[in-house]
Design a binder for this molecule. Structure first.
Ligand SMILES: Nc1ncnc2c1ncn2[C@@H]1O[C@H](COP(=O)(O)OP(=O)(O)OP(=O)(O)O)[C@@H](O)[C@H]1O
Ligand SMILES: [Mg+2]
Length: 329
């Protein structure tokens, strides 16, 4: 359904000295730097998959999505979406895809939601009766009933995102690209959006590519993940493998009443950082437990506070490097 081969994007950035002098100089002698945002990325996505595309800020996720959707032309390599070149055959491609950029709205700011949806429906030539059925369905699954008459401008972030999803799916695309659809939303709205995505995938067989920083989104929706780091694909495989391999580590941080001198790191744990009255340890859950590690520390020094952290994305990425996980073929 989606096939990327040696996909590469190099941005050119003007390299100007600051101030007017710099601008004038640049006019006569333009210099530019280049930034490789995506480098030799290969993957294939099958119909009906929900794939998580993850990586830290600036890793190259949005750039990849923009090449897959045809917004950006790759510098090298190629993309095929349903057998087409998404950039050259943009119009044909547009019928089969839907895109949500969590940071940007595609709806008309001053129009009531129902008017926006009607416009989108007309653009994609959705038959009237079918359009009505879809509006009814989305009103229920996305809880939009009360919002249909409200202009987008007056909506909260979570309401806007639900409206955005409805607009993206009104022409029932075969593929949807969701670039951070849950960014900035509270847990309840996140849950609702995840449930909606899951349902669209199950009932309509829609293929979903999801970029997110929220590992909760990934855990609830994706069996397969791709991890990109500094433009390079460093993992393509089951989420389960990552969880088994890296889910076993936990971080625990202690604040102590007195300065930490000569503290012995408990068995099964390793030191991450240490300052005067603060200590961060990492331990392997299969070797020891949070209570044993904290008891060992408390036996040595008075602890005023402690916190336990679940592994987050940057930790996983770091560990993939350190652990040399066998990645992309
Ligand atoms: N239009 C542009 N011109 C020049 N450089 C760009 C442009 N867009 C992105 N970049 C650079 O390319 C790299 C990848 O950016 P991209 O937006 O793809 O990252 P991302 O993984 O989506 O990050 P985030 O999680 O912050 O959204 C970054 O270093 C960014 O600064
Ligand atoms: Mg991005």
């Amino acid at each position: 359904m989606i096939h990327a081969e040696n996909l590469t994007k190099v941005y050119r950035i003007a390299d100007k000295d600051p101030g007017v002098a710099g601008a004038v100089k640049h006019l006569f002698r333009p210099r530019s730097k280049s930034k490789t945002a995506v480098k030799d990325v290969n993957f294939t996505i099958e119909p009906g998959e929900i794939v998580g595309y993850i990586g830290v800020n600036g890793a190259g996720k949005s750039t990849t999505i923009k090449m897959l959707t045809g917004i950006l032309l790759p510098t090298a390599g190629q993309v095929r979406v349903l057998g087409r070149d998404p950039h050259r055959q943009r119009v044909a491609n547009a019928r089969d895809i839907g895109v949500v950029f969590g940071q940007r709205s595609q709806l008309w700011w001053d129009l009531a939601l129902i008017e926006s949806l009607t416009m989108v429906g007309r653009i994609y030539e959705v038959p009237d009766a079918h359009f009505k059925r879809l509006i009814d369905e989305f009103s229920e699954t996305l809880e939009l009933k009360e919002l249909l008459r409200v202009p987008i401008r007056n909506m909260s972030l979570g309401q806007k995102m639900r409206a955005e999803l409805a607009a993206t799916l009104i022409h029932e695309p075969q593929i949807v690209y969701l670039d951070e659809p849950t960014i900035g939303l509270d847990l309840l709205v996140k849950e609702r959006i995840r449930a909606f995505i899951k349902r669209v995938n199950e009932e309509r067989g829609t293929t979903v590519i999801l970029t997110t920083h929220d590992l909760g989104d990934i855990e609830e929706l994706c069996k397969r993940v791709l991890i990109i780091d500094d433009g390079v694909l460093i993992y393509d495989g089951p989420l389960e493998t990552i969880k088994q391999r890296f889910g076993k580590y936990r971080e625990i941080t202690f604040e102590t009443a007195a300065d930490l001198n000569g503290l012995l790191v408990p068995d099964g744990a390793e030191l991450l950082t240490q300052s005067e009255r603060r200590l961060a340890l990492r331990f392997d859950r299969t070797l020891t437990s949070a209570s044993r590690v904290s008891a060992a520390v408390m036996g040595q020094i008075e602890v005023v506070d402690l916190s336990l952290k679940e592994p987050d994305l940057s930790m996983v990425v770091k560990q993939i490097y350190q652990g040399g996980l066998k990645v992309v073929a």
